[in-house]
Ligand binder design. Structure first.
Ligand SMILES: [Zn+2]
Length: 469
């Protein structure tokens, strides 16, 4: 197994840049009616197509209006220019399995009591970390009801973060140990499952997430409510017979499939059925499976300043405390990791070989799986498992957007929403350069510039002006 153990070295230190932040105009949501042009770099548009070299993208407000070789594009004289020479422009990544209520902390039994009362700070931190990592859209799959109001704030651009869809609490027959009650709605019968589904839809969820124990009959009952409401069902599944049951019951997106459990390799019949029917698969293979060995090999990565400095002080302290003993391999979460590594690799290769419809999802926020790096690690894992670089990038952008029903984003084309990132280097040569996102634009708003998130620029500006007064 190839392990992307090292984070690609940033070419410019965020701290050094922050010192100059006062010289850079801080863009804000109010700047949305201006024209923006990204000029000079390589462009990947989200399709499995050759890149456009020395390209330009013109954005008006929150829409892309022109794309092509820079020499052929009319760049309006009043456009604000982002120089992308030497870099790659691509659609913002779309994460089809996000958790904003967790952020890489090593111990659930200690995290959730801490989370109570700190939910807004945690959501905001997760959303900023994801956005700075180049994730411009995603679906949150399990959080208390308070996540729905947060989703709305992000989607109104009041808080920095990816475009969010949210499931609210998951639907399950099991109350697992130390997870808080607000995280789940329990049922004992298919009738109750239907009732809980109705309650969640009325509360405004975008998708239903089913967790373990959901039977085929439960799934049919959930589908009977969610289907007519146009609400897709994302199903947490591992075992072959559970996957079959979910499919027969009307599951819309298979989550995790094959990234753990005891079953893979799956039967060829199942893999072929999933591929032929175009049932989306979101494997979440890098959490535990890539990240765990990467951390065993290089435990120093837990103190990576790019990760650690992206937390506010109180959360940073709590996260570091959860790893202080440096014995994360003893944590219960990783008990079955060796088996999961074997199974994930087997199942991933099966789905990729069968040309199944695979979106990119990370389970981001699970232990060791930091929002600041979950996306590039998952794309990198897909490449290790047999996708070409361009296939993996397309899975993480265009395909994931389509699977989530967010087809106004995910590609760089005239008419699409302006969700664009710039990465430092050529991901077609080394996929891990997705780990160095220099610029992030979401909904036409610049959220990261030259490697520095705008909220850090604002903080630096505040500090400077305080010192000067
Ligand atoms: Zn998850």
């Amino acid at each position: 197994m190839m392990i992307p153990a090292r984070r690609p070295a940033p070419t410019t230190g965020a701290l050094a840049l922050a010192a100059f932040a006062v010289l850079i105009a801080v863009p804000s949501a109010a700047a949305q009616d201006r024209t923006l042009a990204l000029v000079g770099g390589q462009l990947l548009d989200g399709y499995e197509a050759p890149p456009i070299h020395h390209a330009a993208v013109v954005i008006e407000g929150n829409r892309i209006v022109a794309v092509g070789p820079a020499a052929e594009i009319d760049i309006p004289a009043d456009a604000e220019i982002i120089d992308t020479r030497g870099k790659t422009m691509m659609p913002g990544m779309v994460d089809a399995h996000v958790h904003i209520m967790i952020l890489g902390h090593g111990d659930y039994s200690r995290w959730f009591p801490w989370f109570e009362g700190n939910d807004e700070l945690v959501y905001e931190t997760s959303a900023k970390q994801l956005l700075a990592a180049g994730v411009t859209a995603g679906v949150d799959l399990a959080a208390p009801m308070s996540s729905l109001a947060f989703r709305d704030r992000v989607n109104r651009n009041e808080v920095p973060g990816p475009r969010l869809l949210a499931s609210g609490p998951w639907v399950t027959r099991y109350a697992w140990g130390f997870l808080p009650d607000e995280l789940r709605v329990l049922h004992r019968t298919p009738e109750e499952a239907a009732e809980r589904t109705r309650m969640l839809i009325d509360a405004g969820v975008d998708v239903i997430k089913t967790w373990i124990g959901t039977t085929e009959e439960d799934m049919r009952a959930i589908k009977a409510v969610a289907g007519p409401a146009g609400i897709p069902i994302h199903c947490h599944v591992y075992a072959e017979e559970v996957v079959w049951g979910a499919i027969r019951g009307g599951c819309d997106v298979l989550q995790h499939a094959g990234s753990g459990g005891s079953v893979p390799p799956y039967s060829q019949e199942l893999v072929d059925h999933i591929a032929m029917e175009g049932i989306p698969v979101v494997q979440t293979i890098s959490h535990r499976i890539w990240i765990y060995p990467a951390t065993v090999e290089f435990p120093e990565r837990l103190w990576d300043p790019d990760i650690i400095n992206s937390f506010p002080p109180s959360i940073r302290e709590e996260v570091l405390a959860s790893y202080t003993k440096n014995d994360f391999w003893r944590k219960p979460y990783f008990r079955t990791t060796p088996r999961q590594i074997r199974n994930s690799e087997g199942a991933s290769r099966q789905f990729i070989e069968a040309d199944a419809l695979m979106a990119m999802g990370t389970d981001t926020g699970s232990p060791l799986n930091f929002h600041a790096e979950s996306a590039w690690r998952e794309v990198s894992a897909y490449v290790d498992m047999g996708m070409t670089e361009i296939e993996a990038i397309s899975a993480a952008t265009k395909v994931s957007a389509e699977v989530l029903g967010l087809s106004e984003t995910g590609t760089i084309e005239p008419g699409k929403l302006a969700d664009i990132i710039v990465v430092d280097g050529n991901p077609l040569f080394d996929i891990n350069v997705l780990g160095y996102v220099t610029d992030v634009i979401k909904d036409g708003i610049i959220y990261k510039r030259n490697g520095v998130p705008v909220w850090e620029m604002e903080e630096a500006q505040t500090q400077t002006s305080t010192r000067g007064s």
